[in-house]
Design a protein around this ligand. Structure first.
Ligand code: PHE
Ligand code: ZN
Length: 886
């Protein structure tokens, strides 16, 4: 498929289908190389469509074996069939039944879309447009049908047969070695939520009683030998089910809820109705094979997919432009869940770190798009940080704007009004406007305008009149869509911190709307005057990161140090330290590029020491405070003419200086806050472990001899999270112990693919130009395979997306390596290849020689001419960046 003939899909051209498919009966006979699918579709014309309007069904590489309409054959001239389309030229005026027989080869399906077989397990992936790889259909989210699925397979090959909804019957097919199962899903759903699974699977079982007393059978299926790692996921599932009842009044609606963990999966997981399919990375954990981060991810993804049952499944999207309707809202819900299960401020800081690392660069580069895009060539490329993470931020802002009660009332209206619908963002916002009376017209710009808004604030205090004047200015940067941007409604949660660290009260506010500690900044500029401010305050703005913006305030270093010590909002304390670090790091980077030695304000290390030493603070928070801004954050702050080596050098220098100053103090804090010897996944213990790892990092940066101790800690580690942390640090610091421990780690975990992924990723992210040779060599390692997305992500994506000095090697070899991998992988798995291609999204901000090398590599890839639509879309948009072509 070439770009040139891939049509651009536009939101403005949305039109409902002429036909509805009311019920779907599928009979799927699983065979490794020739499965057959019989689809019986009850079709009716929608009101408004003219009788005789042709029926155009989507397909993708299908082989048609049979076709009948109301039990009669369809004459050749009455239909047009290609692998990608089935047209019935003049269907009957009255409802009719179309029966379609197709065959397919699940074993040859390397794209992992549609029906595929991996590790002997049959599974499906239909979002976004995979159902059309199974049968001809109106494959779009606004076609809702009631599905009944019969699945048949050889008993020995697939003793377990699962479908959507509730089980109806099952049995043997006498005289054969085959059996069948029938599933019925009473809830009308779009085709992207369809799923079947067949395989020889192990399982863990449990049950959950809903608030209204319905008993739901729960099961998690996995490959044999892995069931003992499912307990935590099951526990997270039950907690998610309870939480959605308590927080949002949402109950589960079927008799069974099944999860299947598979080892070859393009994405994280999929919310198919009653039958979630997971990348097993987000299911399987135990202390010996999962890190603390893995536990947190499992909990979050299990919750996310479960929460989709209401936000996504019961109410789905009218079209794919509305993807954030389900994804942004569901991410917001899973973030709230994790915040409540763990520590709210720590969760918030972690989410902001991730947003800045993934979404901000996307929003600042050639792939920027609104939370609700208006055009696409390939929808697979829009499962982005902007749709997911910024989409979640928009929901959070809506809650800030309406208050928690108003937000909940609006959501209740949404669930009531749109249950069973395929809805839009307009529908969603109207529920909140109707429930609360709020005018959300300006707020809705968050869905339309790409780019991260910048807000600058200056302030002035007049002690005589006790007034504080604050001047705010906002701007939304230019983005590839060339739209002229309007001022947004930006909610700034704030406090005026007084000399004793308490928030000062204030009297009247003029010049803008302020309530409940939130400034509602809606104009291009605003000048707010606070009266009755009795002492000089330090304004703490953007508490809790109340809006996804870049804030440029006019606080001096003293003010920021004061906030680190005193702000009542933990996020703001952390943020004040990050901002000081960022300023020092951008200066230091500039110095290094001029061969000068950077110098750092010693008060910074002191301030971090103050936090680390404070046993009144959560160890997890202290660990975050001891983590400097990442190289991506520094590059974003610099913005242009970026030299990744200088950035890395600057960051290491600050780390070293900090370690020298407070390393001892931090390790004493670690001793006082040691986790219990027995591993428990609880956030509290995880925080203590994180503090220990942060301390190792500081010691190693300032004292290479510390590697001995850390190697010792590796050998004595009781569980994986310590072992991985120690190994990563030793490898990344090129310590003498690294190679032998890498070998030890490999031997220990060679039979566990998920842990081996970490072994690949640790090596791929070792900073420095020499890593490329290592990564290239690892592509030839017997354990490496391009057919396993997790392995590709561990080695190749880690290298391209999380190793700035390695990937951006000065001679451009990193770029050519990546385009080579993309070209190879694209032939089998375009969606994974396209994800790798996003590694180039920030290349325009690099210094000239690297930028030219990256551009040349991209142009060479583009010139090969036979790229998938997925990859061509990413490469074309990346090369179209106006800042390089100007
Ligand atoms: N809808 C899935 C989720 O976010 C993501 C996904 C998209 C999975 C496309 C597979 C394919 O929960
Ligand atoms: Zn989702």
């Amino acid at each position: 498929m070439r770009t040139d003939n891939a049509p651009v899909v536009r939101l403005s051209e949305y039109r409902p289908t002429d036909y509805a498919i009311d019920t779907v009966y599928l009979d799927i006979r699983l065979m490794p190389e020739a499965s057959s699918v019989t689809a019986r579709l009850s079709i009716s014309r929608r009101d408004g469509a003219a009788a005789g309007t042709s029926l155009d069904l989507d397909g993708d590489g299908l082989v048609l074996k049979g076709l009948s309409l109301d039990g009669m054959g369809v004459a050749d001239e009455a239909r047009t069939v290609t692998p990608d389309r089935l047209t019935i030229h003049a269907p009957p005026a009255d409802p009719f039944v179309l029966e379609i027989v197709t065959t397919l080869n699940p074993s040859a399906n390397k794209a992992l879309m549609g029906l595929y077989r991996s590790n002997g397990v049959y599974t499906t992936q239909c979002e976004a447009e995979g159902f059309r790889r199974i049968t001809y259909f109106l494959d779009r989210p606004d076609v809702l049908s009631v599905y009944t699925t019969r699945i048949e397979a050889r008993k020995s090959e697939a003793p377990v047969l699962l479908g959507n909804g509730n089980p109806v019957t099952a049995g043997n097919i006498t005289g054969t070695d085959r059996h069948f199962a029938v599933w019925h899903d009473p809830h009308p759903k779009p085709p992207y939520l369809f799923a079947v699974v067949g395989g020889d699977l192990d399982a863990v079982h449990d049950s959950f009683t809903t608030a209204s007393g319905r008993v739901v059978k729960l099961a998690i299926y996995c490959e044999h030998g892995k069931a003992d790692r499912c307990a935590y996921a099951m526990d997270a599932l039950k907690r998610s089910m309870r939480w959605d009842e308590e927080r949002f009044g949402r109950e589960y609606d079927l008799d069974v809820f099944n999860i299947v963990a598979v080892s070859d999966f393009n994405m994280g997981a999929m919310e198919n109705k009653g039958l979630n399919v997971f990348n097993d990375k987000y299911v399987l954990v135990d202390p010996q094979t999962g890190t603390d981060q893995d536990y947190a991810h499992v909990e979050a993804v299990i919750a996310h997919e479960y929460f989709h049952n209401w936000t996504g499944n019961r109410i789905t999207c009218r079209d794919w432009f509305q993807l954030c309707l389900k994804e942004g809202l569901t991410v917001f819900r899973d973030q709230e869940f994790s915040a409540q299960m763990r520590s709210r401020p720590v969760k918030r800081i972690g989410d902001v770190v991730a947003l800045r690392q993934h979404q901000f660069p996307e929003d600042a580069g050639p792939l920027a798009h609104p939370v609700r895009p208006e055009t696409y060539r390939e929808i697979n490329n829009f499962y982005t940080a902007t749709v997911y993470e910024k989409g979640a931020e928009v929901c959070r802002m809506l809650q800030t704007v309406l208050g928690e009660d108003g937000f909940r009332e609006g959501l209740d209206v949404y669930f009531q009004r749109h249950d069973g619908d395929a809805a839009t963002i307009e529908d969603f916002l109207a529920c909140f406007a109707d429930a609360t009376g709020a005018d959300l017209t300006q707020f809705s710009l968050w869905y339309e305008q790409a780019g991260t808004p910048a807000v600058s604030v200056s302030h002035d205090f007049d002690a005589d009149t006790q007034t504080l004047t604050m001047t705010l200015r906002q701007s939304v940067p230019e983005t590839p869509d060339g739209k002229t941007k309007k001022p947004m409604h930006i909610p700034l949660r704030f406090g005026l911190v007084g000399p004793d660290g308490q928030d000062l009260s204030y009297g009247e506010v003029s010049g803008g709307r302020v309530n409940d500690d939130v400034i509602h900044f809606t104009g291009a500029t605003a000048t707010l005057t606070f009266s009755g401010v009795t002492a000089r305050p330090v304004p703490s703005l953007l508490r809790g990161f109340s809006a996804p913006i870049r804030l440029e305030d006019d606080l001096c270093a003293n003010d920021r140090f004061f906030l680190i010590g005193h702000d009542s909002d933990p996020f703001s304390r952390w943020e004040a330290a990050q901002q000081i670090a960022l300023t020092m790091l951008t200066d230091a980077t500039a110095k290094l590029r001029q061969d000068e030695t950077p110098a750092f304000d010693p008060r910074f290390a002191e301030a971090l020491g103050g936090l680390a030493d404070n046993d009144g603070l959560d160890p997890a928070f202290r660990a975050l405070a001891l983590t400097l801004p990442g190289e991506v954050d520094i590059a974003q702050a610099i913005g242009h003419d970026v030299d990744p080596d200088a950035i890395h050098g600057a960051r290491q220098a600050l780390l070293k200086e900090t370690g020298s100053a407070i390393g001892t103090l931090v390790s004493e804090a670690v001793s006082r806050n040691a986790p219990p010897a027995m591993f428990r996944p609880e956030a509290e213990d995880a925080g203590r472990r994180a503090l220990r790892h942060a301390s190792w990092n500081l010691s190693l940066a300032s004292e290479p001899a510390a590697s001995k101790q850390i190697a010792e800690a590796y050998s004595q580690a009781e569980y994986l999270t310590d072992r991985v942390a120690a190994l990563r640090l030793l490898v990344h610091h090129q310590s003498g112990e690294a190679e032998s421990l890498l070998a030890e780690f490999y031997d220990r975990y060679r039979d566990n693919p998920l842990v081996l992924d970490k072994w690949f990723a640790i090596q791929a992210t070792a900073p420095g130009g020499q890593t490329l040779e290592r990564v290239e060599a690892l592509t030839a390692h017997p354990a490496f395979s391009m057919a396993t997305p997790n392995r590709v992500y561990a080695l190749i994506r880690s290298f391209a997306a999380a190793n700035p000095t390695g990937f951006n090697r000065e001679d451009g070899a990193g770029y050519r390596f990546l385009t080579g991998v993309i070209a190879t992988l694209d032939k089998d798995n375009p969606s994974v290849a396209a994800r790798l291609a996003t590694g180039f999204r920030s290349f325009a901000m690099l210094e000239d020689s690297r930028r030219a090398a990256a551009q040349a590599a991209l142009q060479a890839l583009s010139a090969t001419g036979n790229l998938s639509r997925d990859v061509a879309d990413i490469i074309d948009r990346t090369l179209d960046d106006s800042s390089i072509n100007a």
